[in-house]
Every structure is written in C-alpha cells, then in structure tokens.
Design a protein around this ligand. Structure first.
Ligand SMILES: NC(=O)c1ccc[n+]([C@@H]2O[C@H](COP(=O)([O-])OP(=O)(O)OC[C@H]3O[C@@H](n4cnc5c(N)ncnc54)[C@H](O)[C@@H]3O)[C@@H](O)[C@H]2O)c1
Length: 270
C-alpha cells in the first residue's frame, strides 16, 4: 500500500478526508496539533512544517503528498504567512523532488479569485488571479510553485482550489461553491491516481446551484460529484436577501475577505 503524507491533518479538511482515504492509502498524518482518533492504517507525525529538517524526514518514504497545512484568516498579516505558507510549501516541494515523490497535491482556495464580483463572469474557472487577502496571495504563490516544480523536475502536481468545506452550507454565497468531504476525496483520488496528471488546477466544489465554477477540467479528468450543495443547507442558512449587503461580501467571490482591509505587512493595523 502506498504512503500518503497529509500535512495539516488535524484540521477541518484533513479530519473529514481521512475516512475516505485510509482504505486505499497508508496515511502519515502530520500536524503540530495532536491527531485524534487514529485508526488502522494511520500514523501520526507531530512537528512544524517551518522546520526544513523535519519536513525532509516527513517526506522520506512517502509516495505522495497532500499539502493542507497553512496559516489563514481574513485579516492575516503578510508576515504571518511567510514561514508557514511560502517557506513550508517550498520545503515540501524540495523534499518531494529529493525523495522521488510521485504526486503532490496542493490545496488552494477560491480566495485566489476572491476580489471578483460574482456578476463579473458566468464562470470564474479561467479568470486571472485576484487574491482577496495575504492568505490568498500565498495560495497564488503555492500554485505557481507547483507549476514550476512540474516543469523543472517533472513532479506531477494537482492544485485543488477549495470552495467551502464546512459540514453544512451557511449562506447564499457559499452554496455556489460548497464541497462535501466525499466529493473532495474523489478529487484527491483523481489527483493521486489519474495517469494524465501533469500540472492541473481544479475546483473543490460539489454540484452547486448557480455555480461560480464549472469545474470543466476536473470533469474532463473524470470527476463526477455525488453531492449537491442545495441538499446540505444549515438549519440557520442565510438566503441572499438576509445577508448583510456590505459586511457579508455577498456580491464577491471571496465574500467578506474581499472587503476586509489588508493588514500591514508585518502586523495587524491598529
Ligand atoms: N475549510 C475550508 O472551507 C477551506 C476552503 C478553502 C481552502 N481550504 C484550504 O484547505 C486546507 C485545509 O483547511 P482547513 O479548513 O482544514 O484548515 P484548518 O485550519 O482547520 O487546518 C489546518 C491545519 O494545519 C496545521 N498547521 C498549520 N500550520 C502548520 C505548520 N506550520 N506545521 C504543521 N501544521 C500546521 C494546523 O495545526 C491545522 O491543524 C488549507 O490549505 C485551506 O487553505 C479550506
């Protein structure tokens, strides 16, 4: 059985994906937080990705990497993203190339397109990046780094721009870009197993009403979502008219991220 290293495995997405991946892969679950509820076929690896020696050791013996870990948040300062998002991603890519990793999956975000108004296009799949935050800017970097490693080192890389991966759909913006864990796991499996993966960018979204992303590339690779966001509305789901017209960011792809002030380079604005 092949070993899949999952970074940030203690988080929301990692925890939700584990049940779908552990039958097929030996999971090496890396996080600086404790990994709860280890099952057969899973091992935990505690440490921080900002330590290159630790990253190198973590990658040894891994056939593939699913890189989830990052620092994020609406108002995150640029300086807070440098080590965990830029350096750590490069440490991983360098180690992946050094140790013959066969697939590298990078979880990006719809926030790389977050500054667009939702009425600016019918589908945003192929629009140029419009990062809505320093968090999103670091995802643009991660995507570019993946492309560079594919071209230079022939490392197959698969970028998943996740929409919203909460257990339930909370409002009228997120219903247009939500994903179930089951569908996200299907995309991860495509990224790990599809023979034609070179460098790909796909969207981590289920079937969504009035979808912001057509996800044509994922579908061409065989993606067939099993879930529809409309069937997973939260009990307190906010329809469009109930959303705050300004603070919710309901008219922007990135929601409230698009309207938040960018914090100063090395710290939060007072
Ligand atoms: N949850 C969503 O709706 C969503 C939407 C878009 C994109 N994403 C992307 O999916 C990925 C996973 O998101 P999530 O919601 O699970 O995030 P999360 O914050 O719940 O989990 C991230 C995990 O990474 C770990 N981590 C962070 N920095 C680390 C470091 N330097 N070393 C070791 N561990 C570190 C944290 O301890 C945490 O357990 C992220 O890359 C995120 O940008 C998620």
């Amino acid at each position: 059985m092949q070993t899949l290293l999952i970074t940030g495995a203690a988080g929301i997405v990692g925890t939700a994906l584990r049940p779908y991946l552990r039958q097929k892969y030996q999971l090496r679950l890396l996080d600086r937080q404790p990994i709860l509820g280890l099952e057969a076929g899973e091992t935990a690896l505690a440490g921080d990705l900002t330590d290159p020696a630790f990253v190198n050791q973590a990658v040894v013996g891994s056939h593939a990497v699913l890189h989830l870990a990052c620092a994020h948040g609406t108002g995150i300062a640029f300086g807070s993203t440098v080590e965990p998002n830029y350096h750590a991603t490069l440490y991983l890519l360098e180690a992946a190339e050094r140790h013959g990793v066969q697939r590298f999956i990078f979880t990006s975000s719809h926030h790389v397109l977050g500054q667009y108004r939702t009425d600016a296009a019918e589908t945003f799949d192929d629009m140029p990046a419009a990062a809505d935050s320093y968090y999103a800017l670091s995802k643009v970097f991660g995507e570019a780094a993946c492309a560079a490693w594919t071209l230079r080192y022939k490392l197959p890389t698969f970028v998943i721009r996740i929409g919203n991966a909460d257990a339930k759909v909370s409002d009228a913006r997120r219903v247009r870009l939500w994903t179930s864990a089951r569908d996200l796991a299907q995309l991860v499996r495509i990224g790990l197993e599809h023979p034609q993966v070179n460098h790909e960018i796909v969207y981590g979204v289920s079937e969504c009403p009035d979808a912001l992303f057509s996800n044509a590339r994922a579908r061409a690779l065989g993606y067939a979502p099993q879930d529809n966001a409309a069937d997973h509305l939260a009990a307190d789901f906010l329809p469009y008219d109930a959303m705050d017209p300004v603070h919710s960011g309901r008219d922007h792809v990135g929601g409230s991220y698009a309207g938040a002030a960018l914090t100063a380079l090395l710290g939060a604005r007072s």
